[in-house]
Design a protein around this ligand. Structure first.
Ligand code: FSX
Length: 365
């Protein structure tokens, strides 16, 4: 299908208000670290943008990535982008099936050759071509064929970006990420298991606004969304800085909302926007719900495991029990804060593996 409709036309057709659209543009500008003064330019570019054709391929995955995007209590403003792209092929969302669906994919490719986006979720099994096929075509062949005419490939979810769960030891299907099979196209990795919906739509919006892919980090992820760790932006960070840690999920520290570092939180080594973009229309994220980050947007997070083991003990850290903190009060917090500042540089550079027992040892520094 030729894609000539502009985003503005489509917005009108979907009954999106000007106010709702500007709100979305403001959020996108903020996520892309653009100043508020850039919002009118973002809005103008989005309104004039032609609807890009998107061909979405799903391979070895749990469908969590699509669920993340579509499962919401009400139509969300971030779904706007998906209402206005021409989603010409998506196994889960399309009405067509069988030969009709495959014909639609080929037609969209021919009519938008060199301009469409190929979005992929799931890893690709190469151990045996028969492990996963669609319409009799092995996943690896369908990916190569579809990527050939794409302007860029977006690997949605940690499975497509890094291999994810299917890639974990012993990797029985020989699963590989998109980047091992597609080597001649720009690839954007939108990792996370699942990835944050607004980050997916943010990447598509960037393509609409700027006509290309965003600046990427060394793992191929957009810097605007993956430029900082969860720890950097976590609302529990002040407790970490004061050495106030929960020791179990139901102790006094947990009830007071203290840092979950000692319960295995992987926030310090995990790059993603969960602490700022959050989930369910900005409602919350795992750490806010009381569970540490498991590092799902990092490569090999399943094999790394240790979800409930402390990642490391920051050098020179002071840790306190709830009882001690209650007794010592603000003075102890201030002392820990001073110690934290003294060791801040070393803490950022060194994280040594420790056990919970180590955390109970008195600080010697
Ligand atoms: Fe993987 Fe996505 Fe985790 Fe699931 O499509 S990133 S298993 S949320 O579904 O690929």
């Amino acid at each position: 299908m030729p894609v000539e409709t502009t985003l503005a036309d489509s917005l009108c057709a979907h009954g999106i208000s000007r106010r709702g659209f500007l709100k979305f543009c403001t959020m996108l500008a903020s996520l892309m670290a653009l100043p508020p003064s850039a919002v009118p330019a973002v809005a103008a570019a989005l309104e004039k943008a032609k609807r890009p054709s998107v061909i979405w391929l799903s391979f070895q995955e749990c469908t969590g990535c699509t669920e993340s995007l579509t499962r919401s209590a009400a139509p969300t403003i971030e779904s706007l982008i998906f209402n206005v792209v021409s989603l010409d092929y998506h196994h889960t969302l399309q009405a067509a099936s069988g030969e009709g669906a495959e014909a639609a994919r080929h037609q969209a490719m021919q009519e938008n050759w060199g301009k469409y986006l190929c979005v992929v979720d799931g890893s690709i099994p190469i151990g045996n071509p028969g492990y996963s096929t669609i319409a009799g075509v092995a996943n690896a062949d369908m990916l190569r064929e579809t990527a050939e005419g794409a302007a860029a490939v977006v690997a949605v979810g940690s499975c497509a970006a890094f291999g994810g769960l299917p890639y974990a030891d012993p990797n029985p299907t020989g699963a590989v990420p998109v980047s091992e099979l597609v080597t001649d196209k720009p690839i954007v990795n939108v990792s996370g298991c699942p990835p944050i919906p607004v980050v997916i739509s943010g990447v598509l919006a960037h393509f609409l606004i700027f006509g290309g892919i965003p600046e990427l980090d060394t793992l191929g992820r957009p810097r605007v969304f993956y430029g900082q760790t969860i720890h950097d932006r976590c609302y529990r960070r002040p407790f970490y800085d004061k050495g106030l840690f929960a020791r179990s999920f139901d102790d006094e520290g947990a009830k007071r909302g203290w840092c979950l570092y000692t319960l295995g939180c992987k926030g310090p080594m995990t790059y993603n926007a969960c602490a700022t973009a959050k989930w369910n229309q900005g409602t919350s994220f795992p750490i806010e719900a009381g569970h540490g980050c498991i590092g799902c947007s990092q490569p090999n997070f399943w094999d790394a495991g240790g979800f409930y083991q402390p990642l490391s003990l920051p050098t020179g850290a002071v840790t306190q029990t709830a009882a001690y903190a209650a007794a010592a009060g603000a003075a102890a917090g201030l002392a820990a804060g001073a110690l934290y500042r003294r060791h801040k540089h070393a803490r950022q550079a060194v994280h040594e593996s420790v056990t919970v027992d180590d955390l109970e040892k008195p600080d010697k520094s």
